[in-house]
Design a binder for this molecule. Sequence first.
Ligand code: FAD
Length: 300
Amino acid sequence: MALLDRAIVRLLPAVPRPVVQRLSSRYIAGPALDDAIRVVGRLNAKGKLATVDVLGEEIASADEARAIAGQYHDVLARLDEKKLDANISIKLTALGLELDPDLCHENLEAVVVDAAARGRFVRIDMEDSSTTDRTLALHRRLRDEGHENLGVVLQAYMRRTLEDIPGLDNVRICKGIYVEPADVAFQEFDEVRRSYVRSLEALVAQGSYVGIATHDEYLIEQALRIVGDAGLPPHGYEFQMLLGVRPDRADELVAAGHRLRVYVPYGTDWYEYSVRRLQENPKIAGYVARDLAARVLFRR
Ligand SMILES: Cc1cc2nc3c(=O)[nH]c(=O)nc-3n(C[C@H](O)[C@H](O)[C@H](O)COP(=O)(O)OP(=O)(O)OC[C@H]3O[C@@H](n4cnc5c(N)ncnc54)[C@H](O)[C@@H]3O)c2cc1C
């Protein structure tokens, strides 16, 4: 990315919210559950699976955390009602991890039990490194309590990831999106790619079901090699992509017979998710610059 582009990306949080909302609309199903259900229906019709994420990372009270858990129960009920092929993805901070670990456990357990009764899977997203130990521990606790429809995410940029792999039987592997210090996470693009490949190889070697979450063509090719060499059947792994990112490549993977799941966020708390997506969009600096220029020139 050019120097100017990088500067604009850093300034993204200063961009007016309506601009961020307009630019990020492709990444979010919409504000309401109906929006998510409609998008999942469209994806299923194209042979794509989905995972639904209720946006809501900034939780200030136990009531808010319970409200987010309540929304996940609504999602599960609607997915069933419409017979859609989708599971759910949850951030533990949205269920109250920072407020009270017991509250978070209670909320998560209720959602996991509800999902299990409906034959659905729950993926715990991985957040910044301050939450990694607590996230893995809560996942382990629920698994040890007998809940099997539950899996975690590992981030290839984390230096610890290879050590976290043993014992995990269902993992989404992604690069990682949070800003982390160098002693915790690899900083170089190629180091992260190498770690991703090593982690995916280790997961496949130990027989884990993997969600291969990436839009990076190099990693998609490496993943195809790894699952091919391991002789995994088509239901033994899945590719995962974000709503609005490389949908044509997703179509190609589906046409070639691979399982492909799309991450479908919805909700009114769209801002933080949007800024993260926009910051990783290689074309975004250009869009933002053009948009700001238009606003200045035409006083929109
Ligand atoms: C299903 C799914 C779940 C995820 N869950 C988590 C999680 O729990 N925790 C976590 O930390 N991170 C998560 N991530 C985010 C992930 O860590 C990366 O930040 C993100 O996927 C970008 O990495 P990449 O592998 O696509 O490679 P990149 O090198 O970032 O992207 C490769 C190419 O994909 C395209 N691309 C990527 N992102 C965009 C975008 N926003 N807009 C337009 N084009 C784009 C571009 O062409 C880019 O060159 C998830 C990602 C996916 C796909």
